[in-house]
Design a protein around this ligand. Structure first.
Ligand code: NAP
Length: 282
């Protein structure tokens, strides 16, 4: 495993396992157990994924020492605000069956996330969370949060894949000392990504799969990746990315796939903001 060092000195695995859209508890526990068996040591869940208990069950049964896994969960919009964040943190911890978190993220830049951030700063100072961060914060939101608070987010988890490479956001994150973490490394399977000709050519050149090329590209770009799969063979495939290197020609070909925007979500769409505010997770 390769690691990145966050702005507070905490080490984070560069490749992890995500569990979005795995609401079935048995399926989630099975997938996380498989991932841990394969060697993943970063698990990315969220209160809104409704599967923190299943993640916790897999962690407990794995027998892996607590300090050897890096567990991330996220605060949902409904729980934004100082008091809400303190309560939601404890609820997530209880569901996961843990007594501290490695990384706690503000899931969306909506609601009273300043109040939430203050609560998270305190929890971090108390040692109950090793690192705090945000998700889906576009450059202006991120700068504003940094300029008005004590703790700089350790991580910003944003959509990141060959079709949306966050070319403007990544240099800013580097300047601020915020580690980029990519969600949806496979663009959630959209736009025929696994059959994309450019990616398939690079994959064939290295005797690897398109999924492995995409994840290798994340590793070489120092973007933490958290691919999701519920299939054992894909969970294995997605972890097997440390034995080859993309060259300048491969990287240039992948760079040319960037569309510069998301085709999955639109944080500027009022209907999307309304939907996220209305989604209740408890
Ligand atoms: P993703 O990882 O880009 O794509 C997952 C899709 O790709 C699934 O349909 C999966 O199918 C398929 N897949 C996985 N590996 C494959 C392979 N080797 N070959 C072919 N197909 C493969 O999408 P994601 O789950 O949305 O993103 C990853 C993680 O990021 C999430 O699980 C979550 O932890 C996080 N996330 C965060 C946010 C946020 O707002 N912060 C938003 C979205 C996601 P099967 O499962 O059927 O194998």
């Amino acid at each position: 495993m390769e690691f990145v060092t966050l702005n507070n000195g905490v080490e984070m695995p560069k490749l992890g396992f995500g569990v979005f859209q795995v609401p079935d508890a048995a399926a989630c526990e099975r997938a996380v157990s498989k991932a841990l068996e394969v060697g993943y040591r970063l698990i990315d869940t969220a209160a809104a994924y409704m599967n923190e208990e299943a993640v916790g069950a897999a962690l407990a049964k794995s027998g892996i020492a607590r300090e050897d896994v890096f567990v991330t969960t996220k605060l949902w919009v409904q729980d934004a605000g100082y008091e809400g964040a303190k309560r939601a943190f404890q609820t997530s911890l209880d569901k996961l069956g843990l007594d501290y978190l490695d990384l706690y993220l503000i899931h969306q830049p909506f609601g009273d996330y300043y109040g939430a951030w203050h609560a998270m700063e305190e929890l971090c100072e108390e040692g109950r969370i090793r690192a705090i961060g945000v998700s889906n914060f576009e450059p202006a939101r991120l700068v504003d949060l940094v300029m008005n608070n004590k703790v700089v987010p350790a991580v910003n988890q944003v959509e990141h894949h060959p079709f949306f490479q966050q070319a403007a956001a990544k240099p800013l994150m580097a300047e601020l000392g915020v580690q980029p973490e990519g969600w949806g490394p496979f663009a959630e399977g959209s736009q025929g990504i696994f059959a994309n000709e450019t990616l398939a050519n690079v994959a064939a050149k290295h005797g690897k799969t398109v999924a492995q090329v995409i994840l290798r590209w994340h590793m070489q770009d120092d973007v933490v990746a958290i691919p999701k799969s519920v299939h054992a063979e894909r969970i294995e495939e997605n972890f097997d990315v440390f034995d080859f290197e993309l060259d300048a020609e491969d990287l240039a070909a992948i760079a040319a796939l960037d569309q510069g925007k998301s085709s999955i979500v639109d944080h500027h769409d009022p209907a999307f903001a309304k939907m996220l505010n209305e989604l209740k997770v408890h």
